[in-house]
Design a protein around this ligand. Structure first.
Ligand SMILES: Cc1cc2nc3c(=O)[nH]c(=O)nc-3n(C[C@H](O)[C@H](O)[C@H](O)COP(=O)(O)OP(=O)(O)OC[C@H]3O[C@@H](n4cnc5c(N)ncnc54)[C@H](O)[C@@H]3O)c2cc1C
Length: 482
């Protein structure tokens, strides 16, 4: 026990419950300072995107209030964490620093250097697993290699012995009583104002720990049972909508697993939904496993034969895709959902990504960058792994010849057109049989629905059959595909 304060450096773990770094700090009985550093320097091009900044603002605001209620303060500082943290240590004479680990290459390098420096200065420095069920070095093949294929990865991951029960939420925090300056959250200007393009986010999301726990409860109560089927229907909320909460660490996967297991215990009929749902949590773990073992995943093709792929440079088509003006309703609805609500249904993400890569032959990295800026749940591991999965360039990727047909995908997973009607109001009055293919509607039907192709809504910017053939030809130029 010592009077020198302990710093808990919060990063992608913006919660008080099940927080191993916070718990360890509390156990030292030292006075506590909770710190968040807005570090736009270290991540380079992967600094937080616009939508993520909106979420972060709300999340920090909720966390700050929760911390204060318990008798401590959340200190906000801006700058390179490699400087900000040691400066704060000096300022308050801290004796210990605790954090939960991140797995991006820039974060690993930064944290390693900080750990060495602060330890050499005589501080107690400890890091923990607060973000994953299993860290990437825990789940390995029999020969000690990282897994490259999801199914055996997840089979092995489920058998790993370490099963930490979630840690309780502290009722009180022994806050450091000395003077310590904090920047004002409002001064960070994380939320857009002119124009406020995030207005549509307010109705849909409740960032913060309380919002995360409420979303989990709602999911278990109303959606878990039918999750295996409902997760694919784009016009309904059939999934947990937890991804941004998980990314910012407002809830931990250990808490999610514990809640799901307790629900199954009370209602065994939920088992089927729970298995499917936990498999998706498994994809999150697998993606982090890939990012950790292949740190260039966000920038470089995992399969290097894709380095020779004949991508097209087509700024006009890229702009049409981003704005939801491709003339394919399911793609456009997806891209408008993203812009207006900060998220996109998982199936819609696959269809929209496939369209960019395969119908337009535009490099997946352009799509990845757009998603990074516009998704509230933008996550370096999940985003990069998913884009490479769709492109076919990734580990355990979708085969190159799997080209999502935007018409039949729409008709299958948005059969009544609810999703298209919600996000493309200009097509709302089209009948179901042409809502996913307005160019096939006769003139009278279009007129009655108030649709004029290339005036109120674009005609398709590429022909599906021709684009498919062009994509297959381009993929055939790669050595050893498939
Ligand atoms: C091109 C593309 C880009 C994507 N980018 C991201 C991203 O930046 N951040 C992100 O969190 N997810 C990303 N995903 C995965 C997935 O679409 C979202 O996690 C999911 O739609 C979030 O909704 P949910 O929380 O309701 O998911 P649920 O179906 O309720 O799933 C539960 C949780 O499992 C995880 N998960 C689900 N699917 C995947 C997946 N395919 N890969 C990794 N984890 C998954 C998420 O943490 C999610 O919250 C991307 C998918 C594609 C095809």
């Amino acid at each position: 026990m010592s009077d020198a304060p302990a710093i808990v450096w919060l990063r992608q773990d913006l919660r008080l419950g099940d927080n191993p770094a916070l718990r360890a700090a509390i156990e030292t009985k030292r006075p506590l300072v909770l710190l968040y550093v807005l570090d736009d320097e270290t991540p380079g091009r992967w600094r937080l995107g616009g939508a993520s900044r909106w979420w972060l603002h709300k999340s920090l605001s909720a966390l700050g209030a929760d911390v204060e209620k318990r008798g401590a303060r959340l200190v906000l500082r801006k700058g390179a964490a490699a400087k900000v943290l040691p400066n704060l240590v000096k300022e308050i004479g801290a004796g210990a620093v605790f954090w939960n680990r991140c797995y991006e290459a820039y974060a690993i390098a930064r944290d390693k250097a900080l750990k060495e420096k602060l330890s050499a200065d005589g501080l107690e420095v400890q890091s923990f697993n607060g973000a994953l069920l299993n860290e990437p070095w825990v789940v390995k093949t029999k020969t000690g290699e990282p897994y490259k294929v999801f199914t055996p990865y997840w089979r092995a991951a489920r058998q790993v012995a370490e099963r930490r029960a979630p840690l309780p939420t502290p009722k009180k925090l022994n806050g450091y009583a000395g003077d310590v300056a904090s920047e004002r959250l409002a001064d960070w200007k994380l939320s857009p104002t002119m124009p406020n393009w995030a207005a549509g986010f307010e109705d849909e999301w409740k960032p913060g720990e309380a919002g995360a726990l409420a979303a989990l409860r709602l999911f278990i109560k109303d959606r878990l049972r039918d999750y295996p089927e409902a997760r694919d229907t784009m016009g309904v909320h059939g999934t947990s909508r937890l991804s941004a909460h998980l990314h910012f660490g407002e809830i931990s996967p250990a808490q999610v697993r514990a809640a799901i297991e307790s629900a199954i215990h009370d209602a065994p009929a939920l088992q089927r939904g729970a298995d499917k749902f936990m498999t998706e949590i498994g994809w999150r773990e697998f993606s982090t496993n890939l990012l950790f073992h292949w740190p260039t995943l966000p920038e470089a093709n995992w399969r290097d034969n894709f380095d020779a792929f004949p991508w097209r440079d087509d700024a006009k088509a890229l702009r049409a895709w981003r704005r939801g003006q491709t003339g394919y309703p399911i793609v456009d609805a997806a891209m408008r959902e993203l812009w207006i609500s900060g998220t996109m249904h998982n199936r819609a993400r696959m269809i929209a990504a496939s369209f960019l890569i395969k119908h337009l032959l535009i490099d997946w990295r352009h799509g990845e960058a757009w998603f990074w800026d516009t998704l509230l749940d933008a996550d370096l591991a999940n985003n990069a792994a998913s884009w490479q999965w769709v492109a076919g360039s990734g580990a355990d990727a979708s085969p190159y010849f799997r080209i999502f047909n935007p018409i039949t995908q729409g008709e299958r997973y948005d059969a009544e057109g609810a999703y298209v009607r919600k996000w493309l109001p200009e097509l709302a009055n089209l009948p179901d049989d042409v809502i996913h293919r307005p160019w096939e509607a006769d003139a009278a039907t279009l007129r009655k629905a108030g649709v004029e192709l290339d005036v109120t809504y674009p005609a398709p910017i590429v022909d599906h059959t021709a684009a498919r053939a062009r994509a297959l030809e381009a993929f055939a130029t790669l050595s050893s595909v498939g």
